[in-house]
Design a protein around this ligand. Structure first.
Ligand code: PSU
Ligand code: MN
Length: 310
């Protein structure tokens, strides 16, 4: 897989390349969360913390981003710093990847773009915070994240805390069903609500352990399932955002986004930023916990999946 990569377009970090060729556990991590999902300077600190937790569980972290016209799979300290702090780093979805590379630009990859690139280099487990999905005004705006359609054609396992609670969760779950994306909830049948432990929606399948997920991954491979598997990992209620604060801040954020005509790929970063400001940093602490916990579980799944394959 790695030998087929054009070195003009791909830079694979040495530890990631070694782990992949030895069949060891690797966890892909997205970078939009760093550049557009979290404020500076916490973004760089969280990105580093997430990589550390993956390593501590025996897997190699591969944060994915585009820097100066090349896809980087695995970022060193200097590269992470660039993603976190350079102002010319754009939010890149799958459809933007090729254009950005040929323009020699720099970008942080969304769930859609990161899953595509992870699969391209042979990484099967990926951790993020919350997936994109169907926006609450989608009936009028048609705003539905490309994360959904990307996951319908990309066989990776994505560990997340459900979809962001700024979205229409019910509609997003319907779309995931239509798009053949598998959904497992961890330790519960309730689909998590990102900042909130429970979105209020139930799902069909629940798992308790990383080994169960690895088993399901193996069966999917045998079946040649081509869509993604979403592993929805809820925060414990003791760590969730206060639901009253959540509902108030969300309502205010949606109103502001409409008043300021925020559209397209600006909507999600705008609402997340509003949350971090209006909750006086409370949502930031929760967001950090979400990402760290998902990375930790993703690492355990990657380790279980590689030992199962041996
Ligand atoms: N999860 C987070 N913070 C984020 C995102 C996810 O905790 O910023 C990003 C992901 O990169 C996801 C993107 O793919 O938000 C969705 O953006 P949109 O709704 O524009 O598709
Ligand atoms: Mn959108």
């Amino acid at each position: 897989m790695l030998s087929s990569l054009d070195p003009d377009l791909f830079v694979v970090a040495e530890d990631v390349a070694d782990a992949l060729s030895d069949g060891l556990a690797v966890v892909a991590l997205e970078s939009t969360i760093i550049s557009h999902g979290l404020p500076r300077p916490e973004n760089l600190r969280v990105a580093t913390e997430v990589e550390d937790i993956v390593r501590s569980r025996g897997a190699v972290p591969a944060t994915i981003a585009i820097l100066d016209g090349r896809v980087h799979i695995g970022l060193d300290e200097a590269a992470l710093d660039q993603v976190a702090n350079r102002s010319d780093v754009v939010k890149v979805s799958s459809r933007d990847l090729a254009t950005l590379l040929s323009r020699r630009g720099s970008g942080a990859t969304t769930v859609a773009a990161t899953s595509h690139l992870a699969h391209r280099v042979g990484i099967s487990v990926f951790a993020t915070g919350g997936l994109g999905g169907v926006h609450r005004q989608a009936r009028d705006s048609w705003d539905e994240s490309a994360d959904l359609t990307a996951l319908s054609v990309t066989p990776v396992t994505v560990v997340c805390s459900g979809v962001k609670s700024i979205l229409d969760v019910g509609a997003t779950l319907e779309r995931l069903e239509t798009l053949n994306v598998g959904v497992l909830a961890v330790g519960t049948h309730q689909f998590p609500g990102f900042y909130l432990t429970d979105s209020g929606y139930a799902v069909d399948w629940s798992v308790e352990t990383a080994e169960e997920v690895a088993d399901i991954m193996q069966a999917r491979e045998a079946l040649r399932i081509l869509s993604a598997l979403v592993v929805a990992n809820p925060l414990p209620t003791s760590e969730q955002l206060d639901p009253d604060v959540h509902d108030r801040v969300l309502e205010e954020g949606l109103r502001l986004a409409a008043a300021r005509n925020v559209t397209g790929k600006g909507v999600t970063p705008f609402l997340l930023d509003h949350f971090h400001r209006a909750s006086h940093g409370a949502s930031l602490i929760v967001n950090e916990q979400i990402i760290v916990r998902n990375a930790e579980l993703a690492a355990r799944i990657a380790v279980a999946a590689t030992s199962a394959a041996h």
